[in-house]
Write a protein that binds this ligand. Sequence first.
Ligand code: FAD
Length: 274
Amino acid sequence: MIPISFEFYPPKTDEQRAQLERTAKKLKTHSPEYVSVTFGAGGSTLSHTPEAIQNLSTAHGYSAAPHITCMGGSRQEIRGLLKLYRAMGAKRLVTLRGDLPSGMVSPGDLRYANELVEFIRAETGDHFHIEVAAYPEMHPQARDAHADMKHFIAKVRAGADGAITQYFYNADAYFRFVDDVRAAGIDIPIVPGIMPISNFSQIRRFSEMCGAEIPRWVAQRMLAYADDAESIRTFGAEVVAQLCQRLIDGGAPSLHFYTLNLAKPTQSVIERLR
Ligand code: FAD
């Protein structure tokens, strides 16, 4: 099995904290290389990401990587976070532009992820291993696929060490993206982001927002299961495990699972892999 990593979101309530505790404990048995914790743009989870990072590293013994975004934030705020994460012993950052929360008007001091990567390198040198986001099916706001690729390359040249993709269900989109990146002379690892499917209507909603295509044959089967949650979970795990197996066989360096703080959907996929 190739290395894996897990993504969590920072809990805000006691109930969510208890859920992450259970999930973190269960997923530890899969020995991930690291876990990461998302960050709300514009400071909406400002105080929760560091707390979750601290807990996952000290109480659970994970190597924990905070996500950091620049949308809606100032250089001074980002500098403060970098200082905090260094003091907490973090060595890896997942570095993103983020999205402006509805109602917020000021985009912040840095406009795009490449500017944030540059800023982090200028402030902290080589201290952090920097991951950036990649979009095999194109970022939904990009002018076109070529412009998106150009912007991805700029982000890597600004100092990224690796990339994690938006989730996708078409392996060919990933393989073609990697080929195009390699043809541009970029050799950093590009890790597929994997979204297990356990709640189809939720995945459909997410996919509309982030531009991930759900293949028609998968959607039609899921819709035919209607309220049969058990069949949806089983079929979803089989489809995503097949995708992962193709990615592994095709040379993916690692897999990054979007867990949504649930253990079972991710475990059901991992258990089906060779
Ligand atoms: P960028 O790389 O800056 O690109 C954003 C858009 O701008 C693209 O369309 C790009 O083509 C375009 N662009 C880039 N540079 C330029 C330029 N110079 N001129 C014109 N256009 C340009 N969001 C969160 O809020 N918190 C998280 O924790 C989080 N974690 C994520 C983790 C992963 C692995 C992924 C894939 C996404 C995550 N996101 C998160 C979502 C992400 O913030 C959004 O997809 C966001 O819209 C884009 O972020 P980016 O870093 O890819 O932006």
